[in-house]
Design a binder for this molecule. Structure first.
Ligand SMILES: N[C@@H](CCC(=O)N[C@@H](CS)C(=O)NCC(=O)O)C(=O)O
Length: 242
């Protein structure tokens, strides 16, 4: 793929007051913008149409690249190392650990706070399934909800009480807060891929409308909200509807 190949980012659309409802999609939108790479955005409501059944994916001159982390590696190669430029081995180790915390742990608690709370569930049906024909909307939504519950239980988090899940989230938030440097970012004096990952997730947690229970837990960490705002402001890409 040539370095000037045209790029389309295929993302989930808007829902819950969020312009970009997926943290993985928002991360790549931030990264492409920060790298100054021109790109188009295409919305896809059905992740099953993605090469690995998850969004985002990238279209590069007709070729489909799945997975935000693999896409990040591709963008690093395409820009001759700009994604990780200036980051020491220690920075990258810290960033990778925080990425795993955000994407493989905290993300799932956020998903559960949307999908598995009976009081919030109607927002998911409205936000994600409004395009399904009315007669099958409830069935399609119910099947997807069962799959999320199964995944959450398989992860292990779903086997804990709500109070315990909230405390897991608190420890994640506290870890991120403790990782923010004096310069206001995770590593270095400006935002980079690791900030896009973490702040992209926090943006959805703070700005989702109506708030879920994890939003209330996150409000206990005002410095994190400031951090998420700082990253979005710095790159000029916001998760919420402006
Ligand atoms: N590891 C993937 C995760 C992407 C992901 O989980 N995307 C969600 C939307 S936020 C999705 O497509 N879920 C659909 C499904 O799991 O069926 C990445 O980094 O791109």
């Amino acid at each position: 793929m040539s370095a000037d190949a045209s790029i389309t980012l295929v993302t989930l659309g808007s829902a819950f007051g969020l312009r970009n409802v997926s943290p993985f999609c928002l991360k790549l939108e931030m990264l492409l913008t920060a790298l100054d790479i021109p790109f188009d955005v295409e919305e896809e409501t059905d992740p099953r149409k993605a090469p690995k059944g998850k969004l985002p994916f990238l279209k590069v001159d007709g070729q489909l690249l799945p997975d935000s982390e693999l896409i990040t590696q591709y963008l690093d190669e395409r820009t001759q190392g700009k994604v990780y430029a200036g980051l020491s081995a220690a920075d990258q180790a810290k960033g990778t650990a925080l990425t795993r915390l955000a994407e493989d742990h905290l993300y799932w608690i956020m998903v559960a706070s949307r999908w598995l709370d009976d009081a919030w569930w109607p927002n998911v049906v409205e936000g994600f399934f409004h395009i399904a024909p009315k007669p099958i909307r409830g069935i399609a939504a119910g099947m997807a909800r069962r799959a999320v519950r199964q995944t959450y239980n398989g992860h292990g988090l779903g086997r804990h009480s709500l109070d315990e899940q909230a405390d897991f989230a608190r420890r994640d938030f506290a870890a991120i807060e403790g990782a923010i440097s004096e310069d206001g970012f995770l590593t270095g004096s400006g935002p980079n891929i690791y900030d896009f990952t973490v702040a992209g997730l926090l943006a959805g947690i703070y700005d989702q409308q109506p708030p879920t229970w994890i939003t209330a837990v996150a409000q206990e960490y005002p410095k994190l909200k400031d951090y998420a705002e700082r990253v979005q402001d710095n790159v000029g890409v916001w998760g919420r509807e402006q």
